[in-house]
Design a protein around this ligand. Structure first.
Ligand code: 26Q
Length: 830
């Protein structure tokens, strides 16, 4: 029997209970799984039982395609992308998998026949919060596009037992609780204990001569443990390709320390077991590095060594030798978090596979490409040399050797320029010594990219300037994108339906097709339907707001939304100054004609970021007063939606009228929320920062609310001795807003509650909130003006959606494939 025949027999034909896509097969499969996997029957099944039974039903259909994908790849041995990321934010799986399988409606009917509402099961799913924000979500959008474009790819990362904390708001403040997402089990994953990898740590190195008399080094670690892969299938849209998200979970090497056990040290043996598990226990909740966090460095090494060992294992099965690693794999480094991979691949090739240094370096350098996601110098990762040496002594030696050879190259190109050599060294020796991870990534990669045009340009001019001087050919731009499957089709089914009825469904896998909408921008009937879609999503969000915040909002008001991590550079406080300004106007002139607005905020603050937490308190405090004040009733509402997540994003993006993208120019690498809002018909108020620049270019300046200083102007203002207090003294409305916050009105008379924030703005204001205030307020006036003309607003909204084609992650991934990875589609037939 051929392998394929065997598979066919196992799956049992097209309407098999494991693979069939008809309403009947799905209903039978659901009941079967409920019975044989859960040990339940319908009458006693809990919501969770039903959710799991459906999840297993869907997973069976994914595994069917997964097997077909693996078979295809075994036969064709294609070049494969390995995406290395410390974070993934995939969002809830169920809805997306149903969508990509094309069985959402059939499944809805199958369940309805059993008296079950599909939406209740979708609502029940708890998402894996294995990331902080943009970078982790980008990785998830890229997985969706890679599978949809039928590119062989594996996404490697860490299976944190506790993801990003859950945020609650108590007395107006952020309170963190643990995210125990695995509590009830995870039906989407498959554990693969048989391909576990060994991870070494600490100890020392020694040199020796091998049988052939060659000088070698070996690493004698003080500890070893195991990484077990846990796989999640990632299906593309409308194709059979299923790629893998392979996340590593840490365990004790032997499952038990027999040495200690035999000594009678039962307790010590268990402690070691627990210590090993600590490594993948929890995600660091900061989106900026903190100096010297030992466990964080261990996490990075842990997932990197497991992933590279896994690639070498796969390479072995293809009978290609290690020196051809770079032909089989292209390894993308999602920021510097996995940059240790450069040293680790060298170690594996030289110490364990016995390649000589120069050949190993050729392989390594041709394998890696590095994506940078930040321009903030304080956000560049660096590790104290003593810490690094104590955990990874062999890696440090290897880095010294890489560095010595690299600095020779710098000296050859730029003789007598020791200042440049010091600036570029992988080791920072200007004070206490550090390993600079961005330098390691640049030296070890054949390509380096930023994530938006402006960001890529500024990288070359600022933080990576010396590297650009040396290797201009390495630098590229790959503007970010987001997946229209999750963020339009899944989040906004009403809009998807309208698009399909108006044009056709080709936009789902080619977002540029939305251009065809433009010719309906003057069609009154179409405008009406467009508004109906938005209104329905606003009513839906309104229900969620009343459930989560206990506030009633008016779906006819302008929904003005800012949802993203809380950061000074993202300037949520500039938004608050606008709110307080409007409040002052109403208080001073109760009859003033103000467009009714609902301000919605969402986002988490790093638990140790004092100023971000104070910004959350300010938003809630202002809401508390404004929402109760009868003088503003019906005109202003301010709500803070707790625990922003991918799932909440589904409800938020489609309901927004106005998208706040107001970071200080030159600080936001790209932003991706900006794209999700605009794709759902929100208009953007924004600065010339990150991908806003390109969004404005695409949708047209007349369809974008621009304000604020440019990146160049920001630099000049700061260089020329910026004095924010002068702005405060000379702008009555700005002074009025800041004074009101300082008066204690929003803090039960406590004038000091927001003092650190106000003082920071008046005395230093590093993100130029006050410099952009007047321009922002004027721009918000223009927003209100357009809102008063609903036909005009709706036309602008339609034009935004019609021209967002560029920002599909399919376009980003196609560019990575063409310009960096050199991979092409490998279709899978079932
Ligand atoms: C590093 C070391 C130690 C602890 C934590 C970290 C760490 C973790 C997460 C550093 C940074 C992050 C996340 C960064 C991030 O999300 N950056 C965003 O990436 C998006 C995708 O490219 C961009 O759109 C955003 O502009 C950028 O801020």
């Amino acid at each position: 029997m051929t392998a394929r025949k065997r598979d066919d027999a196992a799956k049992g034909g097209e309407d098999s209970i494991r693979t069939g896509l008809s309403e009947d097969s799905i209903r039978l499969a659901f009941l079967d799984n409920l019975f044989y996997v859960q040990g339940r029957f319908l009458e006693v099944a809990s919501l969770d039982d039903k959710y799991k039974a459906l999840a297993y039903t869907v997973r069976d259909r994914l595994l069917h395609r997964w097997v077909a994908t693996v078979r295809t790849y075994q036969q064709t041995n294609p070049r494969t992308v390995c995406y290395l990321s410390a974070e993934y934010l995939p969002g809830p799986f169920m809805g997306n998998n149903l969508l990509n399988l094309g069985i959402s409606e059939v499944t809805r009917k199958a369940l309805a026949g059993l008296g079950i509402e599909l939406d209740d099961l979708l609502e029940h799913e708890e998402e894996p919060g294995l990331g902080n924000g943009g970078l982790g979500r980008l990785a998830a959008c890229f997985m969706d596009s890679l599978a949809t474009l039928q590119i062989p790819a594996i996404s490697y990362g860490i299976r944190y037992e506790f993801g990003i904390f859950n945020q609650r708001i108590r007395d107006g403040e952020q309170v963190e609780t643990t995210d125990n997402w695995l509590r009830y089990g995870n039906p989407w994953e498959v554990r693969r204990p048989h391909i576990a990898c060994t991870v070494k740590l600490g100890g020392r190195t020694e040199s020796y001569h091998d049988e052939a008399g060659r000088w070698r080094v070996r690493w004698l670690p003080s500890e070893t443990f195991r990484g077990v892969p846990i796989d999640t299938p990632i299906l593309g849209h409308g194709v059979n390709t299923v790629n893998l998200m392979r996340l590593w979970s840490a365990e004790a090497a032997e499952g038990f320390d027999f040495h200690a056990f035999n000594r009678g040290d039962y307790y010590g043996a268990v402690v070691r077991e627990v210590r090993s598990e600590t490594i993948s226990k929890v995600l660091y909740p900061n989106d900026e590095p903190e100096i010297g966090k030992r466990l964080r460095l261990i996490q990075q090494h842990f997932f990197v060594t497991c992933s590279l060992q896994d690639m070498l294992r796969v390479l072995g099965t293809t009978e290609l030798p290690p020196e051809r690693f770079h032909e089989k794999f292209c390894v993308q480094l999602n920021d510097t978090h996995p940059a240790i991979a450069v040293a680790e691949l060298m170690r594996l090739l030289v110490d364990e596979h016995h390649l000589d240094w120069d050949l190993a370096w050729q392989v390594t350098h041709n394998s890696f490409a590095y994506t940078n996601h930040t321009l903030l110098p304080e956000a560049l990762e660096k590790w104290p040399v003593p810490l690094f040496e104590s955990l990874l002594p062999r890696h440090l030696e290897i880095i010294y050797e890489i560095n010595a050879r690299f600095l020779d190259e710098v000296r050859m190109r730029f003789p007598f320029d020791e200042a440049r050599v010091r600036r570029m060294s992988i080791i920072d020796e200007s004070g206490p010594r550090y390993v600079r991870m961005a330098h390691l990534a640049c030296v070890g990669s054949f390509a380096i990219n930023g994530v938006a045009e402006l960001h890529s340009r500024l990288l070359k001019e600022t933080v990576l300037r010396d590297f650009y001087d040396l290797w201009p050919e390495k630098f590229q731009n790959k503007t970010n994108g987001v997946t229209p499957r999750r963020f339009v089709m899944l989040a906004n089914p009403g809009l998807a339906r309208l698009l399909n009825e108006t044009i056709d469904s080709s936009w789902e896998n080619d977002l540029t097709q939305l251009r065809a909408l433009e010719k309906y921008a003057d069609d009154a009937a179409f405008l009406e339907r467009w508004r109906d879609v938005k209104r329905e999503r606003k009513a839906h969000l309104g229900l969620l707001i009343s459930r989560l915040c206990g506030a009633r909002v008016d779906p006819d008001s302008l929904f003005d939304v800012q949802a993203k991590r809380i950061h000074e550079y993202k300037r949520q406080h500039l938004n608050v100054l606008h709110i307080v300004t409007l409040y002052n106007r109403i208080k001073h002139d109760p009859s003033s004609d103000i467009v009714p607005r609902t301000f919605v905020f969402g986002g988490k603050a790093a638990p140790g970021y004092f100023m971000a937490k104070l910004m959350i308190r300010l938003i809630n405090a202002v809401g508390e007063v404004v929402n109760r004040d009868p003088a503003v009733a019906g005109r202003l509402k301010v709500v803070f939606l707790p625990n922003f997540s991918v799932k909440l994003g589904h409800a938020l993006y489609p309901a927004a009228d106005l998208s706040e993208q107001i970071s200080t120019a030159g600080k936001e690498a790209s932003g991706t929320g900006n794209m999700k809002f605009a794709m759902n018909g929100a208009l953007t108020i924004g600065t010339l920062d990150g991908a806003n620049v390109e969004i404005r270019e695409e949708v047209g300046a007349e369809n974008f609310f621009l304000f604020g200083l440019t990146a160049e102007e920001v630099e000049h203002r700061l260089a020329a001795g910026y004095r924010p207090r002068d702005l405060y003294e000379n702008d009555a409305e700005l002074k009025g807003a800041l004074d009101l916050i300082g008066s204690g009105l929003f803090s039960h008379g406590d004038r000091d509650a927001f003092r650190p924030l106000i003082d920071n703005l008046l005395n230093s204001d590093p993100y130029l909130v006050l410099a952009d205030y007047a321009s922002y307020i004027a721009c918000q006036e223009a927003v209100s003006g357009v809102w008063r003309d609903p036909a005009r607003w709706t036309r602008m909204s339609i034009c935004n959606v019609a021209r967002m084609g560029k920002f599909s992650s399919d376009r980003s991934i196609a560019e990575y494939c063409r310009d960096i990875w050199k991979v092409s589609a490998v279709p899978v037939v079932l």
